[in-house]
Design a protein. Sequence first.
Lengths: 431, 165
Amino acid sequence: MSFAFQLCLLVLFLLAGFGAPIAHSMIVAAVVYLAVAGQDMGLAAEQIIQGIYDSFIILAVPLFIVAANIMNEGTISDRLLEFCKAAVGRFRGGLAQVDILVSLIFSGMSGSAVADAAGVGKVTINMMIKSGHYTPGFAGAVVAASATIGPIIPPSIPMVMYALVSDASIGYLFLGGVVPGLLMTVSLMAITSRLAHKRGIPAEEVVPLRKLPGITFRALPALLMPVILLAGIYGGATTPTEAAAVAAAYALLLAALLYRAVTWQSLYNVFSESARSSASVGLVIGSALIFNYIVAVENVPNSIAALIAYLDLPAFSFLVFANLLFLLLGCVLDASTIILVIVPLFVPACRVLGIDLVHFGVVTVVNCMIGLITPPYGMLLFVINGATGIPVKNIVREGVPFFFALLVSLVLLILFPELVLWLPRQFGYQG
Amino acid sequence: MSATLRWLRARADNVATGLLAAMFLAFLVQIVSRYVFNNPLGWTQEVCLTTWLWLVFWGSAFVLDERDQVKFDVIYHWVGYRTRRIFALVSAAALFAGFLASFPASLDYITFYKIKKSATLGIRLDVVFSVYALFALAVIVRSALRVVHLLRGGSLADHEEVPTI
């Protein structure tokens, strides 16, 4: 590790630790590196500009953000909610189960955990609190935990980022997320059912079966969205980036024409809000690319790979080590920072050890999503706190059983790569 | 925030929103043209990438405020007010110095592209890339204002009201 690189890391940690925006800190750290290493400082601008301008796949990120915001603006989430209430409201802890099922379906349309929690999650929290059977902390914890499913079931913004830094196929990554997403859903529903029995939380009123077809029909166009997305990508018709645009267009058509729930003003607000989120995420992606350039020049990932080969570490121990590290980092760092900056350091090591990059990617994204609900830095905790005013401390306390339920899913995914790789292989994945 | 600044900021927001909408529309045109009319277009792809580049830097320069940024502020919120002031001052000064020091070289890089035009629309690439210079300039001005504000004893909370530029 050169002196310039040590200085670069020091500046990055200091600035980020002092609360400067992560993206700006990475740019300044990169400039320090270039200056000390005697290279052209314009390289920082070059890397960030070319990184954003040349990469077509990142365009999926703003498009998925638009799609999710449109769905939250229209009545699409409401219709889904009604459908899920009819489907699982009859079980103990009905509303909590409804929330988990809504998250599962919503995750098939949106690639963002935050969109899930801030949109439909906010609605289910209010319903749970109003019913009087759930403490606000419990309601917040269920929503936070279930929102983590969002980016596991395709589409997925974090998986697009992972594909960008690892060169793994987005299509297979998306497919690889399906079974893990279902696994997380099942384990969250199981723990909710157990807690509901223990606390005597009642079921919702049973929706008569004869009403079910009508409710399903009302929700059908929304339920079709995941089908359209996946058929488009795996039928080979569209690229994942185009599928993101189709998803946004479909949501817009539904909300505007079929459900007549969008006005020009609300449409403007959706695009304005999405533009902010996109710019903020885009800047982090761009500056992470400069940083990755430096890390590559310094040969860090290959040194790590060589070290791991030298230590003769079994692939499994490496996976466990990497996951423990990501879980710890997840407590203090943003998921996109981990995926864009930390994960690339380990990708060559995976290649050396023969770890499948789709398996590693899906496991990593699941891991980082758990990081969204672990304090002190848990994005979902902040979003729910911001949207509902429920204190973070209460959500965290009630969230412990859900955290363990998700952790069990993660461990299963690490132990049995088949859970991730089975579905992609059915679609011709050679890994 | 003064009325003029607020007005400017609202217009900056219009531009960012328009860029995203344009990108979205270009995508739709591309998809319809390719799959419905079986006639793949080249220019739509370029519009998407150009509007995306502009959205990221324009938005970061003129639209995002402090709370929109991705940050690691656990320590920042944990320390006392005096220490927090020092943190803020050091961050702002470092951002100012870093972006200012690399500004001439960045400008060199951008202007170098005046000889090259974009692939399908033929826009000069220095024009396309100039938005990075706008962004860097905005960071320089903003962090300079913040340093001055903090050195004069201005409070941290005030800063939340200091406009993006």
